[in-house]
Design a protein around this ligand. Structure first.
Ligand code: ATP
Ligand code: MG
Length: 555
């Protein structure tokens, strides 16, 4: 059977080996987001990878909130993350899990560590702890509290839990090795005092576990087999293994790391995105210029397109950066045969057909999508007055310009040949009307072969035109200057959003609703904006233009 593409990588091979050797009898993965922001395209990779592996091995997949740091967390993020994971198609089964539900068990296992002489209460200040830790080249020094009697540590730990200490007064530390070449193993902190309200446990706790301790226990408690994470945790793996072993979990999970997904010249870090949102530079976490999953969805990306993108990007241990052109390729691939085509004019000027009968309207047949006959066809009204794109007419055309200019003939898409006779300018010198004559013999579908024209342009009939707003996007950062300036701030692109309020679309948008997308011929793929569209006026986000420089790498 063909393998799930997302499982065809070194992680799939490691899992095959583990199953063959009987290390595990099944596969159970998880996606463990911290609810401190919206998910972005990098998280989509982690979700689709973990879920794809679970599917490939008929295993299980958990969605677990790593909510052990109440300071930065918020329920708004919990809801958005659930929605995004669901939208990507990852099924987490019966219920969402929360690390905070395991606080009691984590606490009990910490007491176990103390009782085994593997953890102690330390009263060094944070500065002292840092100074005692040593450096990459020098070993650390033992804390003077390291050999405090087990009973004392146990009592102090219970007092910490009971709220007898101020924030920062004491910490619980693992007793491992202050001379370890791996700094993570130098008696890391397990618990700290923090009098914070927690979104799930309220005020039940005033001590909270540190990530390096909490995470392996969460995995172990849930019976995760393969704990897949990104490369920055590679050096933490010995500690991960130490905690699950010393806390005495049978069948411990195995951590495997892969390289994060980066997009060249694109802001993905939660920290930077949050700043753009907080400063009001963007219209929320789902501003279509961002690469949060909510933003990609609002812009008009589909789960299928993101899956294709993640498959093409591949999973490996080598750091690399994917090109936005590849992401754009994926959405074009997904939409081009799926979505209906419509004619829309973004920058209108009037075209008047002088010899077309006044008041006459005929309805022309047009396929909804030549590549996909299943999408059927539509009728487009045609009359004496049309809108065309301003750039499809030139008073003095350069060489190789085959669209309208005085004396030239073009095809109006789905309709007739028209020949430009004259034009009208306003006082400011802008062209306001292009006058043409049409040739009734040249109607599309009648088999006319009398002569050929080199240009075909699209149009919208004035009679039934639907006025809409179109929004065109560029990268939110200025690629010429680089993403960050010297101070580490973003170099913003002042042209990242262009709103065009008087666009016209042919009258075939009945029932268009949020997230519906169309190919506007020659102009790109557009999606109905969920936030700003009203019953009076649709707002369309340009998902992507039609031109592409991207080439699939040769296999
Ligand atoms: P960031 O700071 O980039 O927004 P994070 O790592 O702080 O992300 P978490 O909520 O901790 O966000 O991440 C949840 C999971 O997503 C982790 O397992 C993490 O390794 C993974 N992840 C985060 N960013 C990426 C990325 N760019 N590519 C692949 N996986 C990622
Ligand atoms: Mg994180």
């Amino acid at each position: 059977m063909e393998r799930n593409i997302i499982a065809q990588n070194f992680i799939g091979q490691e899992i095959d080996k583990d199953l063959a050797e009987g290390v595990y009898t099944h596969v159970h993965t998880r996606f463990p987001p911290e609810p401190n922001g919206y998910l972005h395209i990098g998280h989509a990779k982690s979700i689709l990878l973990n879920y794809g592996l679970a599917q490939e091995y008929q295993g299980k997949f958990n969605l677990r909130f790593d909510d052990t740091n109440p300071i930065k967390e918020d329920v708004e993020y919990v809801e958005s993350i659930k929605e995004d994971v669901r939208w990507l198609g990852a099924d987490w089964g019966e219920k969402v899990l929360f690390a905070s539900d395991y606080f009691e068990e984590m606490y009990q296992r910490a007491e176990l560590l103390i009782q085994k002489g593997k953890a102690y209460i330390c009263a060094l200040t944070p500065d002292e702890i840092r100074a005692y830790r040593g450096t990459l080249t020098e070993p650390g020094k033992n804390s003077p509290y390291r050999d405090r009697p087990i009973e004392d540590s146990l009592q102090l730990f219970r007092d910490m839990r009971a709220g007898k200490f101020q924030d920062g007064a004491l910490v619980l530390r693992a007793k491992i090795d202050m001379a370890s070449p791996n700094i993570n193993m130098r008696d890391p902190i397990i618990y700290r005092v923090a009098h914070f309200h927690h979104h799930n446990t309220g005020d039940a706790w005033c001590i909270y576990p540190m990530y390096d301790y909490a995470h392996p226990l969460e995995d172990a408690i849930e019976g995760i087999t393969h704990s897949i994470c990104t490369l920055e945790f590679e050096d933490h793996r010995p500690l991960y293994d130490w905690f699950v072993r010393e806390c005495e979990y049978p069948n411990p999970p195995r951590q495997i790391e892969f390289a994060k997904l980066y997009l060249t010249n694109v802001v993905t870090g939660k920290r930077y995105i949050k700043k753009l949102v907080d400063e009001g530079i963007v219209d929320g976490w789902d501003d279509p210029r961002l690469v949060t999953i909510a933003a990609l969805k609002r812009r008009g990306y589909t789960p299928e397109s993101l899956r294709l993108f993640i498959e093409l990007a591949g999973v490996s241990k080598a750091h690399s950066s994917a090109d936005v052109a590849m992401l754009e390729y994926c959405i074009r691939e997904d939409l081009k045969a799926k979505r209906p085509r419509r004619m829309a004019v973004l920058d209108p000027i009037k075209l008047i057909i002088d010899n077309y009968p006044e008041g006459q309207v005929e309805y022309l047949d047009a396929s909804n999508n030549m590549e996909n006959p299943d999408l059927g066809s539509r009728k487009i009204p045609f009359g004496k007055e049309l809108y065309i794109e301003r750039e499809d007419f030139m008073e003095e055309p350069p060489k190789k310009y085959h669209r309208l200019f005085p004396g030239n003939e073009v095809r109006l898409m789905h309709a007739y040949f028209v020949k430009c006779e004259r034009f009208v300018k306003d006082a400011a010198g802008n062209v306001t009307e292009v006058h043409c004559t049409y040739d009734p013999e040249t109607k599309v579908g009648t088999g006319f072969t009398g002569r050929k024209v080199k240009g075909t342009i699209h149009w919208v009939p004035v009679v039934e035109a639907v006025q809409v707003e179109a929004r065109l996007y560029e990268n939110i950062v200025d690629e010429e200057k680089g993403v960050y300036d010297e101070a580490g701030n973003l170099n913003l692109n002042p042209n990242s959003l262009q709103k065009i309020t008087n666009c016209y679309v042919e009258p075939n948008l009945d029932g268009a609703k949020a997230y519906d997308s169309y190919q506007f011929v020659r102009n790109g793929f557009f999606c109905v904006d969920v936030k700003d569209s009203t019953s009076d006026k649709l707002v369309f986000n340009r998902i992507v233009s039609l031109k592409s420089s991207f080439q699939l790498p040769k296999k």
